[in-house]
Design a protein around this ligand. Structure first.
Ligand SMILES: [Fe+2]
Length: 306
């Protein structure tokens, strides 16, 4: 692995006080106490009614920002209904200092329309089908210098049934693992703990090479980032008993009824603002009036001021 693929390390500046430094229990416990104080335990607690996402009022902005600070996410319920204008989520994101979405394959302008696709290459990818998507964070297959730190979803039209998201703050799973065994975190921070094998298309062409990286990393600013996918095929975990245990615990936690796992189905005019939290999506069914359409935007930066 080249040095450019190595994860960010805790900067010297942060080393004294980072809660994510395994050798600094005092900083961790101080952070933990603050983190769990009054932590929302149901999805309704993170939903913010707003008027126009394109132009948040100062109080609307502050409520959303403070929620994202606390839980790394917020859901807005705006009044734009099924208006498909891409300006709606774009202008919303700009208010959080996110100006340039990741322009991944198929994203056109970086604002990706997630809908059941008829064309060939898209229908090979689960996001463009009505199938369930297992737990993951976005962009886990990206290079380490292009990790996704913010993820936005905006719903234009929900499905006739299904299409529910489960959402979990990645800091909660960090806490759960560290509480069980700090060495779980240590191994999950190793730069070769999780490998996503190359993506080769049916013509034998390599679309993406093997990607190695950690599950948890800490940015120079001291923020926790998580790379994860629950998929069991096309993934190679480092061969280490501790990794196996840690991944099993992580997997099991995602299948509990933890009050910190929020579940809900975005309705027209609603959306998710997040620092790329863990999420899944249930399968769904459409009918003539309910063709599911969601816009997705991914950013290398986090939501500003969170
Ligand atoms: Fe996703």
């Amino acid at each position: 692995m080249s040095s450019t693929q190595r994860p960010n390390h805790i900067s010297e500046k942060y080393k004294l006080g980072s809660p994510f430094d395994l050798d600094n229990d005092a900083a961790y416990h101080a952070w933990l106490e603050n983190k769990m104080d009054d932590y929302p335990q149901e999805i309704d607690d993170i939903i913010v009614e707003i008027n126009d996402p394109r132009k948040l009022t100062t109080p609307e902005y502050k409520v959303i920002r403070d929620l994202v600070k606390k839980t790394n996410m917020a859901i807005y319920a705006g009044k734009t209904g099924d208006d498909p204008d891409k300006d709606i989520p774009d202008k919303l994101a700009q208010q959080f200092e996110l100006f340039t979405p990741d322009d991944n394959r198929g994203a056109d302008d970086g604002i990706t329309a997630l809908r059941v696709a008829g064309d060939e290459w898209r229908s090979e990818y689960i996001p463009y089908t009505n199938k369930p998507i297992h737990w993951h964070t976005d962009g886990y297959y990206n290079t380490l210098d292009h990790q996704i730190n913010a993820l936005f979803l905006h719903c234009v039209c929900p499905a006739a049934s299904g299409g529910e998201n489960a959402l979990l703050d990645h800091e909660i799973i960090y806490i759960r693992l560290r509480q069980q065994n700090p060495n779980y975190i240590r191994v999950l921070m190793e730069p070769d703990v999780m490998m996503i094998p190359a993506n080769i298309n049916k013509d034998g062409e390599e679309i993406r090479p093997d990607r190695y990286g950690p599950v948890f990393s800490v940015s120079p600013e001291g923020n926790l980032h998580m790379r994860y996918t629950a998929r069991t095929r096309s993934i190679v975990w480092k061969d280490d008993p501790l990794v196996k245990e840690a991944v099993a615990l992580l997997h099991d936690y995602l299948h509990t009824d933890s009050p910190y796992i929020y579940r809900g189905t975005l309705q027209s005019g609603q959306g998710l603002i997040s620092n790329n939290v863990l999420h899944d999506r249930s399968g769904f069914e459409e009918d003539d009036e309910h063709k599911r359409l969601l816009y997705r935007m991914r950013y290398y930066q986090r939501v500003a001021n969170t």
